[in-house]
Structure formats: C-alpha cells, structure tokens
Design a protein around this ligand. Structure first.
Ligand code: PLZ
Length: 449
C-alpha cells in the first residue's frame, strides 16, 4: 500500500469504533493484559501524515502523534525509505559487539543539535525510561552522590527507578512499590496554580530551599526536570525558573539533567525546550520524535561527564538498533529540510488563535497554555481552580466519536493536550480544532454564562 495516496482529510464511514474495530477489541479482551489500556478502541490499519485510517476505512485526524512521536508525520517518506534500505542490509548486530556507522552518525547529530557549545558525547538506548535511568546512572557515577531531585507533576517513565521519579500515583505507581531510594520531590513552577505574581526565580528559590533543607546540596547527584512537563499537564514553568535551577546546580556541582523526551525535536518551536531560555543542560534525555516512530532514545551530555564512566558501564542488546538509527537520521534531516521548528511555532499560533478566545465564553477553561505544537487546555469548575477531570474526559470522548484523536493528561486528569504531527496541513488542523471547539461548546455549554 502506498500511504502517500491517503488523503489528508477526516472521513467517517461507520460509527466509531466500527464493526472491525469492535471485533478486534473482542479478541484483545481475551488475549491482551487489561493493564495495558488504549485511549480509544479504534484499530489502525495504515497512516500517513496526520491521518490514521482504521480497519473499517475511517480516516481520523491524529492530534496526538502517538504521544509526540511521529513529529515528521506517519509514514514520512524519508523515514520509510531509510528503514527499508537499512533492514535489507542488516537489522541488528548489537553495537557492543559489531559497531556500525548509523549509531555514530546519530550521536554526532545529537551532539551538534543539543544546547551548548561544549564538546558532547551520546549513548543510545531503546525508550525514554531507559534514557532517564542511564542519565541518573551517569550523574551518580560522576558525582559520587546518590540523591536525585524530581519535581511535582513529573513524568519520567514506568520502570522501577523512573516510576519512582514519576509523581502521579494512579495509574503509574499504585501498589507497584517498593520504590527506588534516594528520590526527593520538590515543587515545580506552575504559574496557573502558584501564588499570583510568583516569578520563576521565586519558584526556583522555593524548590532550592527544600532541596537544601531536606537533602543538602552535597548529597545531590542530579536535578532531573522536564523543561515543559508533559504527562503532568503541559506545565510551562515561569520565565527564569529553569535558568535559576540550572545556575544553582552549577554552583553546587550538581548535574542538571533535562528530560526532553516529550519536548524534544522541534515540538516546542525550538530543537529543544531548553533552547527557549538558553539553558544548557549537563545531560539531556531524548526519545519519542528522535526516530520518527522507531524505538530509540539517547543520553547526550558534556564530554567530561560522559567520558568519566568506565568503559563498558553503559549499553544494552538493542540500544541504538541500526534500523532505528537509520530512521533517526532521516527524521532529523526531515526536521531540518522542512523547518519543523517553524512549523511548530505556526501550529502554536493557530491553536492559540482558535482556542484562546473560547476561554472568554467558557469559565470552565481555566488556562490555555503551552509552546509551539505542545498546547493544552486546563479544565476547572467555573469560578474556581478546582480541576474538572470529568469535563476533560467528556470533551476528549466527543472528539474521539467525531474522528479526532486528542489526549488528556495532568496530575488531576483535567488537561486536554494537543501534540499534532508537525507536518499537519493547515486545513486539517483547522478541522480538528473546529471539532475540539464544538466538543468544548457541547460539554461546557452549561457554564457559558
Ligand atoms: N520522560 C518526559 O514524556 C513518556 C508515557 C505514556 P518511554 N511519556 C509518555 C505512558 O502512559 O506510558 C516519557 C516522557 C518523559 C520519559 C518518558 C518515558 O518514555 O519511551 O515511554 O519509556
């Protein structure tokens, strides 16, 4: 099937889910662990750009991009070609046994793209969680310290260490303990919920005071932070927060580790979210959009830190798989060739122009926020800041029924987030936003006055 023939247009030919999806869902119930859930039970047959075609022939608009993964679009031609060419040559050797060029080339690309001008090195892994685990290993090794600082609302993965770093109990942590030791949580800058007028510097001071009082700077290996929090609710810290935290780390020999797994690769309108305020992390984790849909993750960091780990200290059977590396090189080229950072900024403007005004007529929309193509709405009970998860759920369901894939998130489950492929066409994005606006009107209409 040539996916380039798939029209970039929403088109429903059955109710959602359709009969074929329902049949697959029956098989799923009998075969798949119910602990692994899906946002909507519509089974995908093929996909292109920002369109998912399901097993009943419906075309849905994808405003989630597989959770910020296919930024270059589904079945991006350069990625498809690179994957096909590589898998025909060899699919796997294990870089730790017999190395190959694509791994080296991905590391070179990441070292160049990552913020800061100091020499850097990269190591490759399979998933975001694995990258975060390795960033912590490196930070502990080079500092000889153990404590890791994570933030309220943080999400870093589902493995034991990263689950311990993740803030939210349900569904990520509940009854999955014991948790990894030496993880300490401090307040994030959350402008919508912080005291009015709290600056980024003040929010940093609040966090730092807690670190110094509860842990002690000398015990801290690293401060790990998402420069814009993803699963926690698309929380954009106040200006000045990240630079102040990074400066404190520098002054105290603490590794500043930025988790750019969700924010990386043009999503926020820059290559990385740290770029926005010129923050240079000591270590940076990436995954998701790095390889256009293939599983690949990385830790990129200052050469002096990365070089301090003993030979053989990091690795894994599949880390930096050649097919995933070929996909990454093609994805990165596509982002450069098509200037997807600029595309993300344009998407941000379109979303803000369409959704921003809804706030005036719907007091249930507490906040419209985000950066670039990482935008969200936080839903609250009108006249309060009390989270309204039910409204978020109903709005998302209405979008799903109409063939628009939107995701929710947030510590309180009350945030609707948009993460479209960065190649989404203007008209298609407009249609998706119209559906979302209609769903908001429908669900919040009681609160319109
Ligand atoms: N760090 C910042 O956003 C993954 C998780 C979805 P993996 N986010 C989506 C879910 O419910 O499991 C994420 C992230 C940040 C780390 C991760 C973990 O990346 O590739 O899912 O391991």
């Amino acid at each position: 099937m040539d996916t380039s023939l798939i029209q970039q247009r929403r088109n429903l030919v059955t109710e959602l889910p359709g009969p074929n999806s329902k049949e697959l869902d029956r098989r799923r119930s009998a075969a798949v662990s119910p602990a692994v859930s899906s946002v909507l039970p519509v089974y995908v047959h093929e996909a292109s750009g920002a369109i998912l075609v399901d097993v009943d022939g419906n075309s849905l608009i994808d405003l989630g991009a597989g959770i910020a993964v296919v930024s270059v679009g589904h079945a991006a031609p350069a990625v498809v070609d690179a994957v096909q060419a590589q898998i025909g040559r060899f699919a796997h050797t294990c870089f730790m046994v017999s190395p190959y060029e694509a791994y080296v080339a991905v590391c070179e690309a990441l070292n160049t793209l990552a913020p800061g001008s100091e020499p850097k090195r990269t190591a490759l892994f399979n998933s975001g969680a694995e990258a975060v685990e390795n960033a912590v290993k490196i930070a502990r090794h080079v500092t000889g310290r153990q404590a890791v600082i994570a933030f309220d609302h943080a999400y870093h993965g589902r493995t034991n260490l990263t689950m311990s770093l993740t803030a939210k109990n349900m569904p990520y942590r509940d009854r999955f303990g014991p948790f990894a030791p030496e993880v300490y949580r401090v307040p994030m800058s959350y402008p919508y919920r912080d005291p009015d007028g709290m600056t980024g510097e003040q929010a940093a001071e609040r966090a730092i005071e807690q670190i110094e009082r509860h842990v002690g700077a000398d015990s801290v290996a690293c401060v790990l932070i998402e420069p814009i929090q993803g699963e926690g609710g698309f929380i954009v810290p106040a200006t000045g927060f990240l630079p102040a935290v990074a400066a404190w780390c520098r002054d105290h020999g603490v590794v500043f580790a930025a988790d750019e797994v969700q924010t990386g690769f043009c999503r926020t309108g820059d290559w990385f979210a740290c770029d926005f305020e010129g923050v240079v992390p000591d270590l940076m984790t990436t995954a998701k959009a790095l390889a256009g849909g293939m599983p690949l993750a990385a830790v990129t960091g200052r050469a002096d830190l990365m070089d301090a780990v003993h030979v053989g200290g990091l690795g894994g059977t599949y880390g930096g798989n050649p097919v995933a590396c070929a996909a990454a090189l093609a994805s990165i080229d596509t982002m450069k060739d098509q200037d997807l950072a600029e595309a993300a900024r344009r998407i941000g403007q379109t979303v803000t122009a369409r959704l921003g005004p809804l706030q005036a007529s719907h007091p249930g929309i507490g906040d419209v926020r985000g950066r670039g193509a990482m935008m969200a709405l936080e839903l609250v009970r009108p006249g309060t800041k009390e989270p309204d998860a039910e409204a978020a759920k109903r709005i998302a369901s209405a979008c799903h029924r109409a063939g628009v894939v939107v995701l929710s998130c947030g510590s309180y489950g009350n945030v609707i987030r948009l993460l479209p492929p960065l190649v989404i066409e203007e008209d298609l994005l407009g249609d998706g936003l119209d559906v979302l606006a209609g769903a908001i009107d429908e669900v919040l209409s009681g609160s319109a006055d």
